[in-house]
Design a protein around this ligand. Structure first.
Ligand code: UDP
Ligand code: MG
Length: 322
């Protein structure tokens, strides 16, 4: 069994070497064959040159350099595309995740789980703008997706190769991998991990991420529940709206015809027309979405990033490019 560790890295010059030392020690102790893939997400500091030095010193290290900053999710996707391990582990480059937790992730995979996620039960971040929004977001995500995890945001996770090779990520979606994977019928478990305060460099995120996460959640929910049958959600909404509008219009027509109640001065008529129109719109959107769903599933998918160059990572990407 080979382990690939994927590390999205953006302006983490002070952290790289420390992480490398700690991680290498842990990985050697596991006795497994391993590789560590650093994805340099368009860093503007010395991160890249440090990574290349590490690659030159140690053949376990692979580096993927992005042309510009594509974001953490894209960086993780790239790592997945190039990874050659049977088990793929993701972690942050900023030393907030503790490499010493990794052997426990591998144990769980050995036990047969497809996905193992970390739970930062002692999360070391600011309360008001990081922990509180994340607590609320985690509750909403659990409730909406039906995947009960305490902590979606923890990057430290382990995946079996076949899970990761079948998932495409967009936007801020890396945190939804367990939810997306649940749609594939995988088994997952959560373990408590150590979380450490950031010592060097600064966090790349603020409170605005919460909003983006919630928006992505809408997409994920749609993908999970309706992506293959959009007419069932849009059609249902359209059917309800159109029926209500039709009934109101019908009643008003009967009143006009048989009871001489005039149609003028009755705002309800406008509502009826509106509801009928919305109904037709929804059904039409549903039909277009049905066509889209077919295109989506049947055409070749495109990558979400562009790589400038790679160092010692082989050509495993081809596997997913079909
Ligand atoms: N990161 C990245 N690209 C980005 C932003 C972040 O690759 O555009 C990396 C970053 O270097 C770190 C990880 O993603 O390894 C998590 O970022 P950060 O520590 O800033 O997030 P936080 O821990 O504050 O949630
Ligand atoms: Mg961090």
């Amino acid at each position: 069994m080979k382990i690939s560790v994927v590390v999205p890295t953006y302006n983490e010059e002070e952290n790289i070497r420390l992480l490398y030392d700690e991680l290498s020690e842990v990985m050697r102790a596991t006795g497994y064959e391993y590789e560590v893939l650093f994805v340099d997400d368009g860093s503007s500091d010395r991160t890249l040159s440090i990574l290349i030095t590490l690659h030159n010193e140690d053949s376990h290290i692979g580096v993927i350099r992005f042309r510009r900053n594509f974001g953490q999710t894209a960086a993780m996707s790239a790592g997945f595309d190039y990874a050659s391990g049977d088990v793929i582990i993701t972690m942050d480059a900023d030393l907030q995740n503790d490499p010493h937790d990794i052997p426990r992730f591998i144990e769980k995979i050995d036990e047969g789980y497809d996905v193992v996620t970390g739970w930062r039960h002692n999360r070391q971040d600011a309360f008001i703008n990081r922990k509180l929004p994340s607590m609320i977001a985690n509750k909403i995500i659990s409730w909406t997706t039906g995947v009960a995890l305490h902590d979606y945001g923890c990057t430290l996770k382990a995946f079996r190769r076949e899970v990761i090779k079948n998932i495409r990520l967009y936007g801020e979606m890396h945190r939804f991998i367990p939810a997306i994977a649940s749609g594939m019928g995988i088994s997952f478990t959560e373990i408590k991990v150590n979380h450490r305060p950031r010592r060097f460099g600064t966090s790349k995120y603020g409170i605005s991420r919460t909003i983006r996460v919630i928006l992505d959640l809408i997409t994920v929910k749609f993908l999970l529940s309706y992506a293959t049958r959009p007419i069932q959600i849009f059609g249902l909404l359209g059917f309800i709206s159109g029926s209500v509008g039709f009934i109101i219009a019908l009643i008003m027509t009967l009143q006009r015809q048989f009871f001489d109640i005039p149609l003028s001065d009755r705002p309800l008529l406008l509502l009826a027309i509106l509801l009928i129109f919305i109904g037709i719109q929804f059904v039409s959107i549903g039909l277009i979405a049905e066509l889209q769903a077919r295109t989506y599933h049947e055409t070749q998918e495109k990558p979400v990033y562009f790589v400038r160059e790679t160092y010692g990572v082989g050509s495993n990407r081809a596997e997913r490019q079909g």
